[in-house]
Design a protein around this ligand. Structure first.
Ligand code: NAP
Length: 303
């Protein structure tokens, strides 16, 4: 199959790129390996996307998907296995077939980072979770823990506190990275206890999680915290090994690009969390999608 633009990833960046590319008159395929909407489907509440008011990540994902589909973009649930970006036309090979593209927009987002502590992988899916929205309900009325100090950890702690009897939030520093409004809400929530300057050393249990071993970095003191779950919310990491050697990657593995969303490879653009940028938000991902699609349309005109 041939398309003017192939977009890799159907999160806010990819779906916004699809809308803009279709409005520029280009034929568009959007390829997604997991779930339409990307990371936002794991977000219990979205309060800072302009115009929608308070909504859920799933509702916003559906609205973004429907809007892109209505423009006539082909949105396909296929994982990308190989790309040939340095040639023209470019080729994107997926689990479902092979696509030729004039331009490619990479909008594959980033994955939840793992902690790397003892027992984490062993108990993954048996009390260790990377998605409070998905798994929080399994622990209704129980004591749980969450690790991290960014917006995800703060939002998830508040979400869990509404379902669980007690939430212990463990953060490695004494200041949160997340926004003040969320931090203030967490601090006053009566069933959230915060352990600052602390790290999770080990996840313990039998067939499921029964406790975690937490270490205070300042005193060196360790204690066993009886909890039914550990939610890990320690940030994102990009998965760009597919593109290695074809587009420039930063040391941390992000695709190097400025606000123009142009990569080091001619005809290849990047949008959203997967690129080097200051602020990873839904609104900045959507904005990237618009910029990348407009740049791709301009590139198609001149090549
Ligand atoms: P993040 O902002 O990168 O925060 C990650 C947190 O995990 C940091 O507090 C970090 O500690 C901690 N951390 C990292 N590695 C760790 C480790 N190995 N052990 C213990 N702690 C570790 O990630 P995020 O919260 O997932 O958010 C990702 C992006 O999405 C951010 O740009 C965020 O603002 C955005 N987001 C926005 C909203 C919203 O606006 N409502 C909601 C969710 C996410 P340090 O602080 O010490 O580095």
């Amino acid at each position: 199959m041939k398309y003017d633009v192939v977009i890799i990833g159907a999160g806010p960046a990819g779906l916004s790129a699809a809308v803009y590319a279709r409005r520029a008159g280009l034929s568009v395929a959007v390829l997604e390996q997991n779930i339409y909407g990307g990371q936002i489907v794991n977000t219990p509440e979205v309060e800072n996307y302009p115009g929608t008011g308070k909504t859920t990540g799933v509702e916003l994902a559906m609205a973004l998907y429907n809007q892109a589909a209505e423009t006539g973009a082909d949105i396909l649930l296929e994982g990308v296995t190989e790309v040939k970006l340095t040639q023209d036309p470019k080729v994107v090979i997926t689990t479902g077939g092979e696509y030729e593209a004039g331009a490619v927009i990479i909008a594959n987002g980033a994955k939840r980072r793992h902690l790397g502590c003892k027992g984490e992988e062993e108990f993954s899916g048996r009390g260790v979770s990377y998605c409070a929205t998905c798994d929080g309900a399994f622990f209704r009325g129980k004591e749980v823990s969450i690790v991290g100090g960014g917006n995800t950890a703060l939002e998830d702690a508040l979400f869990l506190a509404n379902n669980c009897s007690k939430v212990t939030l463990i953060h490695r520093r004494d200041q949160f990275r997340g926004s003040k409004i969320l931090a203030d809400a967490v601090v006053v929530k009566e069933n959230i206890e915060i352990l600052y300057d602390s790290t999770v050393e080990e996840v313990c249990g039998g067939s499921v999680v029964e406790s975690i071993r937490v270490r205070n970095k300042l005193s060196g003191e360790e204690k066993l915290l009886p909890v039914s779950a550990l939610f890990v919310a320690v940030g994102l990491s990009p998965e760009n090994s597919l593109f290695e050697g074809q587009v420039e990657l930063s040391e941390a593995g992000y695709i190097v690009a400025g606000e123009d969303c142009c990569t080091s490879c001619s005809g290849v653009f990047v949008a959203g969390d997967t690129r080097t940028k200051e602020l990873r938000q839904i609104v900045t991902a959507a904005a990237d999608g618009a910029v990348a699609a407009t740049a791709a349309a301009r590139w198609m005109d001149t090549h």
